[in-house]
Design a protein around this ligand. Structure first.
Ligand SMILES: Nc1ccn([C@@H]2O[C@H](COP(=O)(O)O)[C@@H](O)[C@H]2O)c(=O)n1
Ligand SMILES: C[C@@]1(CO)OP(=O)(O)OP(=O)(O)OC[C@H]1O
Length: 159
């Protein structure tokens, strides 16, 4: 059995708006997240963790931020590509662990829906998907509510 571990980290800054999209779920908030795509920072971190576990570069190498075709794109496109690449390389996803770092919005009330959405997108049992959140105790850019950071770990096992 071959085991691979990968990590992903992403940050998106806030901009004017009335909701954020995290793990494919629309969450009402006093601001939106800025990015070339839909700026789903949680989904980007998970996607990068999958690419990392395969040593297949990073999300920006696969989906150039300068490419107009990804303007406003749903980040499910990127995650789907990474999941398909995992399986094409003869691996299965054992588990995913995601932590979102932000003062607001509060993630807890939405974590279950986010987990279910990721489960559907990855065809992975929800019991293998962990979605957590923490503040940075008002320290740094997340503490000043300038943006959201996300860090993810993916574990793959040979199929
Ligand atoms: N955006 C967030 C941040 C935190 N939580 C929940 O609050 C708990 C305490 O967070 P601290 O940063 O103060 O330790 C944390 O464990 C989460 O359960 C949240 O839901 N959304
Ligand atoms: C998702 C992509 C898609 O062009 O752009 P962004 O939405 O800006 O997100 P980021 O994590 O900054 O860069 C990765 C890019 O692949």
């Amino acid at each position: 059995m071959d085991i691979r571990l990968g990590n992903g980290f992403d940050v998106h800054r806030f901009r004017d708006g009335d909701h954020v999209i995290l793990c494919g779920v629309k969450i009402p908030h006093s601001q939106a997240l800025d990015g070339h795509s839909d700026a789903d920072v949680g989904m980007h971190a998970v996607t990068d963790a999958l690419y990392g576990a395969l040593a297949e570069g990073d999300i920006g190498q696969h989906f150039q931020p300068s490419d107009p075709q990804w303007k406003g794109a749903a980040s499910e496109i990127f995650l789907d590509h990474a999941v398909k690449l995992v399986r094409s390389r003869g691996f299965e996803i054992s588990n995913i662990d995601l932590t979102l770092i932000c003062e607001r919005p509060k993630i807890g009330p939405h974590a279950s829906e986010m987990k279910e959405r990721m489960s559907e997108l990855m065809t992975l049992d929800a019991s293998r998907i962990s979605i957590k959140a923490t503040t940075s105790e008002r320290l740094g850019f997340t503490g000043r509510e300038e943006g959201i950071a996300a860090i993810a770990t993916a574990a793959l096992v040979s199929a």
